[in-house]
Design a protein around this ligand. Structure first.
Ligand code: SF4
Ligand code: SF4
Length: 296
């Protein structure tokens, strides 16, 4: 039996929207992924809008559940996973962009889940939502993984929107092996329209994490008429080169799961992504493309 360090027991439980015990698109190799609830961006183009907010116990999801898996419980929602059919009706009904199905998982519970998946994975990724909003939990989790003799071979990665400040990075980078960092747009006005936040912190984070040697890849979502513009791709090329040729993953906007104005945005055509990829490749940048081109 491996014991986590003392700070793992003292750390707050993670508020987990979803666990994936095997993924090949959330960092290098096969990875266990925790999607943590809550985000400080409000992107209309988010494909997981139910991971943005936090439940306030309003109860609107209870009558929407056809399986009787939800019930009031003293201002909170009791969720019965044994009844849940994963129909997602509760997510559609929630006015807060939240989910009644989140789990509060202490570090030792996550370690137990990791041990179950251990034969199939080479690492762990925390994603979201925005994982760094639960920084104490992430630091304690990664430290506990590193301290456990049977888990310490697992690499620990973060998928982040980059809004974390330098003091936060100073706490988490020493126990982190790699970061996948989103830059949503280079034009500050466009970034604010796409996320509700300024992009100065994301750009500063990209430089800070790269300087620490831990920037695994930049991620860039191409939205037609917005982030597929030549000046945006030019700025992406320039940043990747400035950061020493860090790989870039291009993602193509799809309407699946999005809300509000993004429902009217067109899907990003494959040809546009490939043109951007060619521009990056010509500058010597390694490009990673979406594995699936559904909808083309
Ligand atoms: S996904 Fe939500 S609405 Fe659907 S069965 Fe599960 S708890 Fe009920
Ligand atoms: S998950 Fe959403 S709808 Fe359900 S109680 Fe919480 S805030 Fe209300």
């Amino acid at each position: 039996m491996n014991s986590p360090p003392a700070n793992a027991a003292e750390a707050p439980a993670g508020v987990v929207a979803r666990l994936l015990d095997w993924s090949v698109v959330d960092g290098p190799g096969n990875r266990f992924v925790l999607f943590l609830q809550g985000c400080n961006f409000a992107c209309p183009g988010c494909h997981n809008p139910h991971t943005i907010g936090h439940c306030d116990g309003c109860g609107a999801c209870i009558p929407a559940c056809p399986a009787g898996a939800l019930a009031p419980a003293g201002g909170h929602i009791a969720f019965d996973p044994a009844r849940c059919t994963r129909c997602d009706a509760c997510l559609e009904a929630c006015p807060a962009g939240a989910s009644p199905m989140v789990r509060r998982m202490p570090v030792d519970e996550v370690l137990a889940a990791l041990r179950e998946a251990l034969p199939f994975i080479g690492g762990v990724t925390v994603s979201g939502g925005e994982a760094t909003l639960q920084l104490k939990f992430v630091v304690a989790l990664f430290a506990a993984i590193r301290a456990a003799p049977d888990l310490c071979h697992l690499t620990c990665f973060i998928d982040s929107n980059g809004h974390l400040g330098p003091l936060g990075w100073a706490r988490v980078l020493p126990v982190t092996d790699g970061v996948m960092l989103d830059v949503k747009a280079f034009d500050p006005t466009r970034h604010r329209a796409l996320t509700g936040q300024d992009n100065a912190r994301a750009l500063a984070s990209a430089r800070l994490v790269a300087a620490a040697g831990k920037l695994h890849e930049l991620r860039f979502l191409m939205v037609p008429g917005q982030t597929d513009r030549p000046e945006e791709i030019g700025a992406l090329v320039a940043l990747a080169r400035e950061l020493g040729g860090v790989p870039v993953r291009l993602n193509a906007f799809r309407r699946h799961g999005v809300r509000g104005p993004a429902r009217a945005w067109p899907a990003m055509p494959r040809a546009g992504v490939e043109a951007a990829a060619a521009r990056l490749a010509a500058a010597g940048i390694t490009v990673r493309l979406p594995a699936v081109w559904a909808g083309d």
